[in-house]
Design a protein around this ligand. Sequence first.
Ligand code: MLT
Length: 211
Amino acid sequence: MTAPDPTALAFVHRFEAATAAARPPLLLLHGTGGDESDLLPLGRTVAPGAALLSPRGAVLENGMPRFFRRLAEGVFDEDDVRRRAADLAAFVGEARAAYGLPAPVALGFSNGANIAAAVLLLHPGVLAGAALLRPMRPLSDLPVPDLADLPVLMLSGALDPIVPEANARGLAEGLRAAGARVAHTVLPAGHGLSEADVTATRDWLGDRAAA
Ligand code: MLT
């Protein structure tokens, strides 16, 4: 069977091949207004040598790429969340076939963390784990799939003006109810990423590579 042509994949994306075979590939998911190049430096820093697969969100909000539509800040179009999560899950499957990859660990920031959480909950089996930086719950009713022992890192900001603390806690509880092994840390930070995010993500991914 011939592998699918990477240029025919449904998402505009960048791919960097692995140079360290022991590391799982990272699926990099940018925040609102980012693109497929945004998180490559972070991915290289937190998982040196890992394959990096970095799609661009297909939704435009005033010209800014996102992974799903929102009605207002923190108010999501939940039908669109479901539809776009299915699109992203399909892309991951096609990209794995095209590039010969095992299931990736998602590394998502903000809107990218939220679509990663939606893929975890709606399409179990697509991701081997996820590092969610400043996530919030993507759906008001969280499904309870079987995520037995799936590793999930959540990094929230104590001073985040966009994500209420109870919202992030609700996502952590929902993922735990599905069986995921969730490590949730609240950092002394706002919505933007800090050096502590880089260190915590690198350490968490290092444990995954060693496992
Ligand atoms: C979202 O819309 O996913 C969150 O509000 C975070 C953001 O991207 O601004």
